[in-house]
Design a protein around this ligand. Structure first.
Ligand code: MN
Length: 500
């Protein structure tokens, strides 16, 4: 439960029906709010607000939603008919995510009792359509959830929307620290940081690695000792990494990095960070174990300066807080191309989050092979199996595009005793040939935020709040249709964005 935030619930009506009916509307709305709050499904408290009946009342509540920091979104419901011109000023003033709950208080028609009073009170079926028109007319795009409010699936969908609103709130003012710059000559990790701040609210700042080194140098031996104890308790530590052994000092160096980076991020209010193995002046190792553990603690991370995936991963971790399944920075690394059994081995040089691990990770030290630095400590494990997806974002010059590809994560087909990094082995939807081709046609990066907790719909809602392009590659994707979608989106966003 996100206790710092609230989502408000407001019901639209008008004065036409008289006091008694409006009183009943408030009573029914209160019951729905109480039902949601006691369901145990909601990640945030839903707060009842009295029924709105005039343009002034609607404008007032929308201004309050927009200005109240604790309020991160609004659920709107039309119990009766609420003439939608009344909503124009309010919706213009509303700056936070809102959804349209198209429900009705009673599940069943009261066949033997139904009369005109009943008909006047339960008008969602046409009241919601009037409200839907004004949202469409104003080119607003609130999430629409249809069904009885006590239905489990309906509650799950509303709760899902609430989580997306939590993600959007986290995105506003999200601070990303970049230690060093992007990897030299790499194209896809670049992007327009001003535009990212306008669209998503991200504040992305670069620091010299020397700024971090100053923090590393201040970490005490006692702090390192204490953190090493935590490593011993949490992981299977390789014999050559234990006190007195060959690589013990290499592990302690990562403990220093972890404490230093965490302190740096906390002091600056940063929730995500990037590193770059080319920018390590003053550090003897690439932060591996340190980055892995900070991801597990909820920080976003991107390697090679990839701030877009760092911010996305942070938001995914916020949206999925308390849900089953971990999330990690990821890279499509190497293929298994046996016909009929094509799959991807995802990994990175070091930085995969142990929240996705199938079992207790091993703490090991191995040389890196590139970068010319000391052998870094890292956690080695395999991902849990099941449904997952890769989420990535690219900058196309005139817009951001968010790409999602759903995956089946499976057991590796054989042991990999010499693989010195964490990994995930997956089948790409709809199959490797079309899934990878679609990803490549879309310009998707080799980096992504991999999640076993969320479904594509969460990311789609996030993209809609930001008004950026979202494309999905899943079981239903065909290359022919996907290429058309990309072409049409090019025109749509050119026209829709204009000079924005
Ligand atoms: Mn990489």
């Amino acid at each position: 439960m996100n206790t710092n935030s609230e989502i408000w619930f407001v019901t639209g009506s008008q004065h036409l029906y008289g006091k008694e009916t409006l009183k009943q509307v408030d009573v029914d709305s209160t019951k729905i709010v109480n039902g949601f709050n006691s369901s145990g499904k909601f990640p945030v408290k839903i707060v009842f607000k009295p029924v709105v009946k005039t343009p002034d009342e609607i404008l007032k509540i929308c201004i309050e939603v927009s200005s109240e920091i604790k309020c991160i979104g609004l659920i709107t419901w039309m119990h009766t008919f609420s003439p939608a011109k009344m909503w124009i000023a309010g919706l213009k003033a509303l700056t936070k995510p809102y959804m349209h709950l198209h429900t009705q208080f009673n599940e069943n028609l009261p066949w033997s009792e139904i009369d005109m009073d009943y008909m006047n009170l339960h008008q969602s079926a046409h009241g919601g359509r009037e409200y839907g028109f004004i949202n469409a007319r104003m080119r607003k795009n609130p999430k629409v959830v249809v069904g009885h409010w006590q239905n489990e699936e309906v509650q799950n969908k509303v709760a899902m929307w609430c989580r997306s609103a939590i993600g959007w709130a986290d995105s506003q003012g999200l601070k990303v620290a970049r230690f060093g710059d992007n990897m030299r000559e790499v194209a896809v990790t670049e992007g327009d940081k001003v535009e990212a701040q306008i669209k998503f609210g991200w504040q992305i700042s670069a620091f010299g690695v020397g700024d971090l080194v100053a923090y590393v140098n201040k970490v005490t031996d006692a702090e390192v000792d204490e953190l090493y104890e935590e490593y011993e308790a949490s992981y299977i530590v390789a014999d050559n990494c234990k006190p007195g052994a060959e690589f013990y000092e290499n592990v302690r160096v990562q403990a220093r990095y972890e404490i230093a980076i965490k302190r740096f991020l906390a002091e600056g209010g940063f929730k995500a960070f990037t590193t770059n193995f080319e920018n390590l002046t003053g550090l003897s190792q690439l932060p591996g174990l340190a980055s892995q553990r900070l991801m597990a603690a909820g920080y976003g991370f991107g390697a090679e300066g990839d701030w877009k995936q760092a911010a996305l991963l942070r938001i995914i971790k916020t949206i999925s807080a308390g849900m089953k399944g971990g999330s990690s920075f990821m890279e499509d690394y190497t293929y298994h191309l046996t016909p009929g059994n094509e799959a991807v081995l995802g990994a990175h040089m070091l930085e995969i989050c142990p929240s996705i691990a199938s079992k207790k990770p091993r703490l090991e030290v191995h040389p890196l092979g590139i970068g010319g630095k000391d052998a870094p400590a890292r956690l080695v494990f395999e991902s849990a199996t099941g449904n997952a997806m890769n989420v990535t974002m690219i900058d196309l010059g005139n817009r951001f595009r968010i790409i999602v590809n759903t995956l089946d994560v499976i057991e590796p087909l054989n042991e990999m005793p010499k693989l010195p990094v964490a990994s995930a082995f997956w089948k790409t939807h709809p199959n490797l040939a079309d899934g990878a081709a679609a990803w490549i046609y879309a310009g998707g990066t080799h980096h992504s935020a991999y999640t076993m907790a969320l479904t594509p719909e969460y990311i789609e809602m996030f993209a809609e709040y930001a008004d950026v392009e979202f494309v999905l590659i899943d079981q239903t994707t065909t290359i022919q249709e996907f290429k058309k979608e990309l072409r049409w989106n090019d025109i749509y966003y050119m026209l829709a964005n204009g000079l924005k």
